[in-house]
Ligand binder design. Structure first.
Ligand code: NAP
Ligand code: G4F
Length: 350
């Protein structure tokens, strides 16, 4: 059985990737941050008690800001493949927490690569996936491909660029198998509720159910190449099955503005979003990536990868999921139960 270690396993992508690898027969180890509340909700459906026979998912406390702890997890997990997904992944938040973002996203990657380098020096080789981002292109002219020069527009993006180059350098300097995935935005019903797509689908479905009146947003003109997270984790895995390490853009090749996302989502709710959406300067960024559109021809031809879910299918999937949540909330409220309203208060709606 192949063994994988995932940092960031509790996140959107980590949970999809864990499911994908378990279905392929892998033993999966994941790094979980200690928190005062449970943060493993996205793994609930695949987690079983490690004492049970046949358990193949194992979780370890760790943090990519703690190199020594990470090395101990590496020794325990003994992975063939390592997926570094851990990140402070919110672009707007990275302007408020720039140093922390750099520590996790850039230096965190360096700590992992250093550990892998030492591990390789004693004859244990690991294939590494590094989670790069289309945000690294920032202000670069679309469409963006592997040969497009980076022009990061946020502390998050600059940190991802640093992590990208650490990965390239460790590949060239020490012969490590480290592949950079340059993934364009990918969403799902598991997307964090402070990212714009999920913020919209949560709010519009709550508005439809009479649970909320307004939705406050920032820049509606920004354009993103939005795909489905479930499709994108397959590309991560394919990158590590290649004969050599490389850099890969993963995208749909279609870009839509936030406004267009609102049009489609509101259409599924039978709403006119213009009656509910208001602008709030809090959600604008000091510098923005205006237009991201990926050219994933290399991944299509060499990995044989292609997205399965369309933009329209993605929006519909998210709306249907969030409508169920809103209906549950509506039913409980109507029955006199007190339901704590989620995603409304600052700063959770960033
Ligand atoms: P996400 O939902 O925000 O998940 C991030 C994960 O990283 C969570 O498990 C989080 O743990 C963990 N984490 C944060 N800080 C950490 C630390 N100091 N040490 C260890 N773990 C830490 O992000 P995602 O959407 O799944 O994205 C996965 C990766 O791909 C990230 O690196 C992201 O930057 C990158 N990426 C995402 C997209 C996208 O559109 N989704 C596109 C390109 C690149 P908690 O659950 O405890 O917070
Ligand atoms: O959903 P977003 O916050 O995603 P963003 O900034 O594109 O970053 C995501 O995708 C990256 C890949 O390109 C990842 F690397 C990163 O980790 C993250 O997953 O914002 C999308 C767009 C932006 O232009 C933003 O300005 O939506 C705009 N927007 C408008 N109003 C808003 C809002 N974004 C958020 N989060 N909240 C708003 O109210």
């Amino acid at each position: 059985m192949k063994r994988a270690l995932i940092s960031g396993i509790t996140g959107q992508d980590g949970s999809f990737l864990a499911e994908f690898l378990l279905a392929k027969g892998y033993v999966v180890h994941g790094i979980v941050r200690r928190a005062s509340t449970f943060n493993t909700e996205r793994l609930d459906s695949i987690y079983s008690d490690p004492h049970e026979s046949g358990a193949r998912l194992f979780l370890h406390y760790g943090d990519v800001t703690d190199g020594a702890g990470f090395r101990r997890v590496l020794e325990k997990a003994q992975p063939d493949e390592l997926y570094n997904l851990a990140a402070q992944s919110h672009v707007r938040v990275s302007f408020d927490q720039a140093e922390y973002t750099a520590d996790v996203v850039a230096t965190g990657t360096l700590r992992i690569l250093e550990a892998v380098r030492d591990y390789a020096a004693v004859g244990k080789s690991i294939r590494v996936y590094q989670a790069g981002s289309s945000e690294m292109y920032g202000a670069a002219k679309p469409p963006q491909s592997e040969s497009t020069p980076f022009y990061p527009r946020s502390p998050y993006a600059a940190s991802k660029v640093a992590a990208y180059w650490y990965a390239v350098n460790y590949r060239e300097a020490y012969g490590l198998f480290v592949s950079n995935g340059i993934l364009f935005n990918h969403e799902s019903p598991r997307r964090g509720e402070t990212f714009v797509t999920r913020k919209i689908t949560r709010a519009l479905t709550r508005i439809q159910c009479g649970l909320q009146e307004k939705l406050y947003l920032g820049n509606l003109d920004a354009k993103r190449d939005w795909g489905y997270a479930g499709d994108y984790v397959e590309a991560m895995w394919l990158m590590l099955q290649q004969p050599s390490a490389d850099d890969w853009v993963v995208a749909t090749g279609e870009s839509h503005s936030v406004r267009e996302f609102l049009d489609v989502a509101a259409g599924y709710c039978g709403l006119d979003w213009k009656k509910h959406v208001e602008e709030d300067p809090r959600y604008f960024r000091p510098t923005e990536a205006d237009f991201l559109l990926g050219d994933a021809s290399k991944a299509r031809s060499k990995l044989g990868w292609a997205p399965r879910i369309s933009f329209d299918g993605l929006v519909r999937m998210m709306i249907e999921h969030d409508r169920d949540l809103a209906c549950q909330e509506q039913t409980l409220t109507a029955a006199g139960h007190k339901v704590v309203r989620r995603g409304i208060s600052h700063p959770r709606t960033l």
